[in-house]
Design a protein around this ligand. Structure first.
Ligand code: ZN
Length: 72
């Protein structure tokens, strides 16, 4: 799939972080061009995009939390 965001260069080596949603190892990419930080987890599809300068959350998706909220 071709999307405009994919044209933004990523850092060569993503930072390994602990997923805040499921606690398993995830990845943190720094989008150098747009100064955004993308945190993602392939185990649970957790995704969070924050501004690297202000720390503001641009986009966030936590499948576990949403599933819990919907079933409650
Ligand atoms: Zn996760």
């Amino acid at each position: 799939m071709k999307r405009p965001l994919e044209s933004i260069p990523l850092t060569p080596e993503p930072t390994t972080i602990r997923c805040p949603n499921c606690g398993r190892p995830g990845e943190r990419h720094h989008l150098a061009h747009s100064r955004l930080v993308r945190t993602e987890c392939h185990h649970c599809d957790y995704l969070m995009i924050t501004c690297g300068e202000t720390g503001n959350v641009i986009e966030a998706y936590s499948p576990g939390l949403y599933a819990h909220a919907m079933s409650a």
